[in-house]
Design a protein. Structure first.
Length: 255
């Protein structure tokens, strides 16, 4: 099956006005050096798909760089926030904006640091014709990671095994932030109950989809560690990622 052709068949029924476009959501904090490159890569892959950046008043001028891109690209949108308010809250606000202001059929989430390959977007989106949630997975057969040290790889690998065992979610890469999902399924989620940030939010989002009985598909990707800018990885993010699966396990046992 040609999944790019499948995606194009989806688009024939979508109004060509900006508010009707499919939407890629990208949180961007201190990513000035990466956003223009990322937009160019997405355009080369998917043409004029909508791109919504969520920007938290980055001190490096990321917001100004996005506005510069907007001056020549009407399909780039910017949700500005006064201060750094968290990864999870960025997505929650973006989801609310998309559901209120667009009639898109699906949403894609990805990082701004060029670690997620835009070339894989047609494959993720095309499979939405069959699956409500598609995950760009480092740990599906054929997936891999480049430029991570051994400690970071082991932490991620065992962290995902730990989260899968405790939550019962049948996904190899629970902390992947490269997702495509249908908007009708997003509307089924109780996002007001979501409080997580960081990797914990990525686990929680999949848990909410699981609670809604969504079926997952994992498409293998090559994840490449950022070349520009500073990683947002921290001990606080790791701690939250440890605690959230324990909360889910307690809920499962309480039933």
């Amino acid at each position: 099956m040609n999944y790019l052709a499948s995606r194009l068949r989806w688009r024939r029924g979508i109004n060509s006005r900006a508010e009707k476009k499919e939407m890629i959501i990208i949180p961007a904090y201190n990513e000035k050096e990466n956003v223009a490159i990322l937009v160019k890569k997405i355009r080369n892959t998917l043409g004029d798909i909508g791109i919504l950046f969520v920007e938290d008043n980055s001190p490096d001028g990321t917001g100004a760089e996005i506005k510069k891109i907007q001056s020549s690209d009407p399909n780039v949108y910017l949700l500005e926030r006064a201060a750094k308010s968290g990864f999870g809250s960025a997505y929650r606000q973006a989801f609310a904006w998309v559901m209120k202001n667009t009639a898109t059929q699906f949403v894609v989430t990805m990082d701004a640091d060029l670690s997620h390959p835009p070339e894989a977007l047609p494959e993720l989106i095309g499979r939405l014709a069959r699956y409500p949630v598609v995950i760009g997975s480092r740990y599906a057969p054929g997936g891999k990671i480049e430029n991570w040290g051994l400690f970071r790889q082991l932490l991620s690998r065992f962290g995902n095994i730990y989260a899968r065992l405790l939550t019962g979610i049948p996904v190899a890469d629970l902390t992947s932030g490269f997702l495509a999902f249908r908007i009708d399924w997003l509307k089924r989620l109780n996002l007001t109950s979501s409080k997580s940030e960081g990797y914990a939010f990525l686990i929680e989002l999949k848990y909410l989809f699981r609670q809604a009985a969504a079926q997952f598909y994992e498409y293998p990707i090559t994840f490449v560690e950022r070349r520009e800018g500073k990683s947002k990885f921290s001990l606080g993010i790791v701690a939250e990622g440890v605690i959230y699966p324990l909360k889910v396990l307690w809920r499962r046992l309480s039933r």
